[in-house]
Ligand binder design. Structure first.
Ligand code: SAJ
Length: 410
């Protein structure tokens, strides 16, 4: 069975690698020539535990190769970004670009799976788009020349992708029942979890619902942290105590919600049902407002110094990854450096070696090493609970003003 995976990012590359490791012949396609070269050399262009050894293995066995052009394959998996527009609706441009590249290769009978997170109805739109490009393949379902479309949303957690991609249960949403069965057979080649068959729209909504569930629950924790600050109560102790109740399980507050999923997906629900999605929208607003709260806290502490040195620990969107997408920590550091021109901001991010765009051109910002930054700082701002920071001896913070958004010192 030949599979073409379009988009070799955080989801596409692990998917291509495990498909190849489980007996499929896989061609991965990416528009970024640097990624293509890296992958063909058996290397992974981003940080994800245990991925590189699998990629190196399947590339050397000749089961996975990367290239720029979409080839013919029995099945296609589209794993490209689905960003949102200024009006918070989906921008399907990358899905349609992938469709444009796939359509001319089709011969009839192929399975085309959308894995990218999609608002309800987008898989059907992709199917219509491809069928419009190939009216010759618009056969009745089950006929040899027909095409099969499904939505199989990914649900892996960055940092645990290689475990979760095989172990998680998987939702398989067919545009038609035949397509669902074909997709189920493909995922069964590497997925040990349950394969849960439904229609494409329900599958799309299920993925959005999972991430909204988490967003709403994190918003609750973030709101509690702001309430507790007002009331002089330690939120970390409070949550730990409340979680002893057998039916209470509060998540952890932080500097805000980042990443390309939880900070984005709920908006697709809001866009699809703006009148009804009240709580979903409010949770987004609460989480998006948290960086502003943190900024005020740290600025108040820094105001006590004439030329404050501020060490910002972490700009990734969460612990032990190098992903800066939609990172609230990065936003906080950018705002801090811009609003406090007289302050020196020492950015500590053990997972990167150069400052990203937005920070690299600010003269009062530098990338620094952990202990060095803390010892030079007047104010320490803890933004990410990287293992590197968790293992620090508490004495390094002695005598420093600390803003701890992750409860690291608790
Ligand atoms: N966060 C908190 N407090 C918490 C948990 C998380 O503030 O108690 C923050 C994190 O610091 C981060 C953000 O939320 O900024 C999101 O982190 P995450 O670890 O909750 O999730 P992601 O974005 O890495 O991955 C999520 C996962 N979804 C769910 O757990 C429901 C993953 O399974 C999905 O595959 C992924 O989104 C996706 O691609 O949609």
């Amino acid at each position: 069975h030949t599979v073409c995976v379009v988009g070799l990012g955080y989801i596409g590359l692990p998917t291509a690698a495990v498909l190849a490791a489980n007996g499929n012949d896989v061609v991965g396609v990416d528009v970024n020539p640097r990624h293509v070269d890296e992958i063909n050399a058996g290397r992974v262009p981003f940080v994800e535990p245990d991925l590189e050894s699998v990629v190196a293995g399947v590339v050397s066995q000749g089961r996975l190769r990367a290239q720029a052009e979409v080839p013919h394959a029995d099945s296609y998996i589209v794993a490209v970004p689905t960003p949102f527009t200024e009006s918070y609706d989906v921008d399907p441009k990358y899905i349609f670009a992938a469709s444009d590249a796939i359509a001319p290769q089709l011969e009839g009978g192929e399975l085309i799976i959308l894995e990218s997170t999609s608002p309800p109805g987008l898989t059907e739109r992709m199917a219509d788009y491809i069928l419009k490009a190939r009216p010759d393949l618009t056969g009745a379902a089950g006929k040899p020349n027909s095409l099969y479309f499904a939505h199989c949303p990914e649900r892996v957690l960055p940092g645990r992708i290689m475990i979760e991609i095989a172990d998680n249960d998987r939702i398989i949403g067919g545009v038609t029942p035949e397509a669902a069965m074909m997709a189920r057979d493909l995922y069964a080649t590497f997925c040990r979890g349950d394969l849960l068959v439904t229609d494409a729209r329900t599958a799309e909504m299920a993925k959005l619902t999972e991430n909204s569930f988490r967003d709403v629950n994190i918003a609750f924790a973030n709101e509690l942290s702001i309430i507790c600050d007002r009331l002089g109560i330690d939120v970390w102790e409070l949550i730990a105590l409340a979680n002893h109740h057998p039916r209470v399980n509060i998540l952890q507050p932080g500097p805000g919600v980042g990443g390309h999923c939880i900070a984005v997906d709920p908006w697709f629900i809001v866009a699809a049902a703006p009148e009804e999605a009240k709580l979903v929208r409010l949770a987004r607003e609460v989480n998006d407002g948290k960086p502003e709260f943190v900024l005020e806290k740290v600025m108040a502490k820094a105001a006590k110094f004439r030329e404050p040195v501020i060490a910002a620990l972490g700009i990734a969107f969460k612990a032990d990854i190098d992903d800066l997408r939609e990172s609230p920590s990065k936003t906080i550091v950018e705002r801090l450096a811009a609003d406090m021109g007289h302050a020196r901001v020492l950015v500590v991010e053990p997972n990167i070696d150069t400052l990203p765009a937005g920070l690299d051109d600010l003269s009062n910002v530098e990338l620094a090493e952990t202990e060095d930054a803390i010892s030079r700082a007047d104010v320490v701002l803890i933004l990410v609970d990287h293992q590197r920071f968790r293992s620090l001896d508490a004495t390094v913070f002695q005598g420093k003003a600390v803003v701890d958004t992750k409860g690291l010192l608790k």
